[in-house]
Design a binder for this molecule. Structure first.
Ligand SMILES: Nc1ncnc2c1ncn2[C@@H]1O[C@H](COP(=O)(O)OP(=O)(O)OP(=O)(O)O)[C@@H](O)[C@H]1O
Length: 242
């Protein structure tokens, strides 16, 4: 993390899970303002659960989650989604029977009384993904997987959040679409966004992020930088990722 900036997201001693079971335990991590951080790990390690806990989507959670100056540990999802955190979830979760623009506007529901701001945000999404401007009135079901991922990222941007959470945005996409998504994340970084990216692809995580946390069996087991990965850390990552 950039030493000068105070973290935009700070998690300490987080345990969370479903039913009676904690699937993540004693998680501590931070994301600085303007920083991009990756959560890597094998299937079932608990990465998505950490993102869901930040959004308040996992009922059973203990520990501290702070976004900016706000303790969100006990806040309901609809409060967190009002500009504190937003997620581009695994599987995208679009309303496929709705147009591209209607899906985007769903991200800005809490801003609907500020039409100027909503228009500005829409413009910024269409500048990031120009193809969506052409498809704005098209049903989302007619889009390719890559285009649907753009809508999911765009919907996240529409809430103008302090921290953006992306859950495996590269999964099941063509190489060309992965490249577009990576370039979009790099552009978001240029715009000053703070990102927490769940990834299985080490190449995507190292291209986009300043730091990488590795999760296994519900715990954070390593923290490294892309430089460390490139200078020998790959063998450590392979131990966990297979
Ligand atoms: N809604 C749920 N109810 C019960 N258990 C769940 C639920 N969602 C996830 N789990 C379990 O929690 C554990 C962690 O899942 P999670 O989705 O957080 O892992 P992940 O690291 O994101 O993996 P993947 O890459 O496969 O998505 C898994 O054992 C999973 O089966």
């Amino acid at each position: 993390m950039n030493e000068q900036s105070s973290p935009v997201l700070e998690i300490s001693s987080l345990s969370a899970g479903y039913g009676r079971f904690d699937v993540v335990r004693d998680i501590g991590l931070s994301v600085g303002k303007g920083e991009a951080v990756a959560l890597l790990g094998p299937n079932g390690a608990g990465k998505t659960t950490v993102l869901r806990a930040i959004m308040g989507l996992v009922k059973q959670r203990r520990g501290l989650i702070r976004i900016g100056d706000t303790d969100v540990s006990d806040l309901p999802t609809h409060r967190i989604a009002r500009g504190l955190a937003a997620i581009a979830p695994e599987g995208r979760r679009l309303f496929l029977d709705q147009s591209v623009e209607d899906n985007l506007l769903l991200g800005a529901l809490h801003l609907r009384h500020d039409r100027t701001r909503v228009e500005r945000l829409l413009t910024s999404v269409y500048d990031l993904f120009p193809v969506l401007r052409n498809y704005r009135h098209r049903l989302s079901s007619f889009l390719s997987g890559g285009e649907q991922q753009m809508v999911a990222i765009g919907r996240m941007l529409m809430s103008d959040p302090e921290i953006m959470l992306l859950d495996e945005p590269s999964v099941a996409l063509s190489p060309v679409a992965v490249d577009i998504v990576v370039k979009a994340m790099l552009e978001l970084r240029k715009r000053g966004a703070s990102l927490l990216l769940v990834e299985q692809r080490i190449d995507v995580a190292t291209r986009v992020c300043d730091r990488l946390y590795v999760m296994a069996h519900g715990e954070i087991v390593e923290e490294m930088t892309p430089e460390i990965v490139r200078s020998g850390g790959m063998s450590i990552l392979n131990k966990y990722l297979g």
